[in-house]
Design a protein around this ligand. Structure first.
Ligand code: ARG
Length: 467
C-alpha cells in the first residue's frame, strides 16, 4: 500500500499539474465541515471495528485506530488541532491525515478500506443532524410549556379577535396563545418523524455500489445509534432528502414564529398597547429616546426569510443532479448549519419574549369595539321572534345612533334610547352587553369559552408531559 505523504492531497496521485490556488479555496469545506468533527471521529471508530469484524485488520490495528481517533477528536475539542492547509480539504481528509501522524500511515491507511468519503460524509451529516435536532426538540418543548403555562394563568383576559385585521369577535388571550401553541405542537410532532427518517445509516455504501469486503452494515448502524441501515448504497451516498426535509420543516416552523411575531409587533404598538416587551428583548432608538423597538420580534420575522431562502437555495442545487454522489452536494452544509443555528436561537428567543412580556388586560378590554355588541343585539332580537333581516336593520340603527351620539359602545345607549329605535327591547337586553357572556357561548370543541380553552390546555399539557 502506498502511504499518503502528509503534504499531498488524498487524490494527488492522478494529478501532476498544480491546482489553481483559488480552486483550493473554492473546493475547501474544512472551514465549516469541522462542525461535525466529532461525528466523523465516531463514524471512523465504528468503521475500524467493522474492519476488524470482517477480518481486514488485526485487533491491535483496530485499537490503534480507535485510540488515535479519540486523540484526534480531543485535539479538535481543545482547539489544538493543527490544520494542514495543503492537504486538509475537508474534515475527513484532515482527520485521516492527523491519524496517520499519530499512529503511522501504515495502519491509518487501512481505515479507508472499502470506504469512500461519499458514504462517510453522508453518515457524518446524518449523525450531526440527528444529534442537533435533540436540542431543537428540547427548545420547542420549553416554548410550548411556557405558552401553556401563560395560557392557564391568564385565562380571564379578553381581547378582540381579528379576521383580515378587522375586529371580529371577542376571544380569550389564552385562546390566541394556544392557537400558536397548537402549531408548535404539530411542528414538534413532525420534527420527531423527521428525526427518525434522518437517523438511517449510509456507512458501508462505499463510493456508490456498496462494500466489497463483507462489511457488516447492520453492525455499523447499531454501533452508531442509527435506527436502520439504508437499504440501497446509491441512495446512501446520493440522497439529501433528509437535508431538504429539515430545511422545509424549519421553514414552516419559522413561518409560524414569524406570524406570531407579527401579531405581537402590532399588539406592542402605542395604538394597540396590548403588551409590552421586556427590556431584555427590545432596544432603544439612537435618535428617538422615547422609542422602544421590538427588535427581537422583527428579527424572528426577518430570519424566517433567511431560512426559507436556504431551503429554496438547496432545493435548486439538488434539482437535476444525476444519481448518487456529486460534488454539488457539498453545498448542503452551509445552509443546513446556518438554518439549524437560526432555528435553535429563534425558538429560544421566542421563549424568552413570551415568558417575559407584560400584558395590559385593561387596554385589551377597552379596545373591544362597539360593533362587537351589534351582533349580540341582532341575536337577541331573533330570539324575541324577529326575522334575521328585521333584526339586522334594528341592530344597525342602534349602532348608528350610538355612533351619532359619540358613544364608544352601543351598550352605553341605555334602555330608553334603544327603545326609541325599537320599542320591544326588554330589561334583559343589559345581559347581552357582556363580553364574558358572548365568549362563553363558544363552548364547543376548539372554541374560546373557558371550558374549551381549559380542554386545550389539558391536551397540550398532556402531549408535552413526559418528555
Ligand atoms: N467534502 C465532500 C462533501 O462534503 C466530501 C465528499 C467528497 N467526495 C468526493 N468524491 N470528492 O461532499
Amino acid at each position: 500500500m502506498t502511504a499518503t505523504p502528509s503534504n499531498e492531497r488524498l487524490w494527488g496521485g492522478r494529478f501532476t499539474g498544480k491546482t489553481d490556488p483559488l480552486m483550493n479555496l473554492y473546493n475547501d469545506c474544512l472551514s465549516y465541515d469541522k462542525t461535525f468533527y466529532a461525528q466523523d471521529v465516531q463514524g471512523s471508530q465504528a468503521y475500524a471495528k467493522a474492519l476488524f469484524k470482517a477480518g481486514l485488520i488485526t485487533e491491535y490495528e483496530k485499537n490503534q485506530m480507535v485510540e488515535g481517533l479519540a486523540k484526534v477528536g480531543e485535539e479538535w475539542r481543545t482547539g489544538t488541532f493543527a490544520i494542514n492547509p495543503i492537504s486538509d480539504e475537508d474534515v475527513h481528509t484532515a482527520n485521516e491525515r492527523r491519524l496517520g501522524e499519530l499512529i503511522g500511515v501504515n495502519i491509518s491507511g487501512k481505515l479507508h478500506t472499502g470506504r469512500s468519503r461519499n458514504d462517510q460524509v453522508a453518515t457524518d451529516l446524518r449523525m450531526w443532524v440527528r444529534d442537533t435536532l435533540v436540542s431543537t426538540e428540547q427548545y420547542l418543548l420549553t416554548l410550548i410549556r411556557i405558552i401553556v403555562s401563560r395560557a392557564s394563568q391568564e385565562i380571564d383576559v379578553i381581547l378582540p379577535g381579528y379576521t383580515q385585521s378587522q375586529q371580529a369577535q371577542p376571544i380569550r388571550w389564552s385562546h390566541w396563545l394556544l392557537s400558536y401553541c397548537q402549531l408548535f405542537l404539530s411542528d414538534l410532532q413532525k420534527l420527531r418523524q423527521t428525526r427518525s427518517r434522518v437517523n438511517r445509516c449510509p456507512l458501508g455504501s462505499g463510493a456508490l455500489a456498496g462494500n466489497p469486503f463483507e462489511i457488516d452494515r447492520e453492525f455499523l448502524a447499531k454501533e452508531l445509534g442509527f435506527e436502520a441501515a439504508i437499504p440501497n448504497s446509491m441512495v446512501g451516498v446520493g440522497d439529501r432528502d433528509f437535508v431538504v426535509e429539515v430545511l422545509q420543516w424549519a421553514t414552516v416552523l419559522m413561518s409560524h414564529i414569524s406570524r406570531w411575531a407579527e401579531d405581537m409587533i402590532l399588539y406592542s404598538t402605542a395604538e394597540f398597547h396590548f403588551l409590552t416587551l421586556a427590556d431584555a428583548y427590545s432596544t432603544g432608538s439612537s435618535l428617538m429616546p422615547q422609542k422602544k423597538n421590538s427588535d427581537s420580534l422583527e428579527l424572528l420575522r426577518g430570519k424566517s426569510g433567511r431560512v426559507f431562502g436556504q431551503m429554496a437555495g438547496f432545493m435548486y442545487t439538488l434539482k437535476g443532479l444525476p444519481s448518487s454522489y456529486n460534488k454539488d452536494l457539498q453545498e448542503d452544509k452551509e445552509p443546513l448549519f446556518d438554518c439549524c443555528s437560526t432555528i435553535n436561537n429563534s425558538i429560544q428567543i421566542a421563549s424568552g419574549v413570551i415568558s417575559t412580556l407584560t400584558i395590559h388586560p385593561e387596554n385589551m378590554k377597552a379596545a373591544l369595539s362597539a360593533s362587537l355588541f351589534v351582533n349580540e343585539i341582532r341575536d337577541y332580537l331573533i330570539r324575541k321572534g324577529l326575522s334575521q333581516s328585521e333584526a339586522n336593520d334594528v341592530s344597525r340603527s342602534c349602532y348608528e345612533l350610538a355612533d351619532s351620539e359619540g358613544l364608544a359602545n352601543v351598550s352605553e345607549l341605555g334602555l330608553d334610547k334603544l327603545r326609541s329605535v325599537y320599542g320591544e327591547f326588554g330589561e334583559d337586553i343589559a345581559e347581552v352587553f357582556d363580553y364574558e357572556r358572548i365568549i362563553e357561548q363558544y363552548s364547543s370543541l376548539g372554541g374560546t369559552a373557558r371550558s374549551s380553552v381549559l380542554q386545550q390546555i389539558e391536551e397540550v399539557t398532556r402531549a408535552v408531559q413526559d418528555d
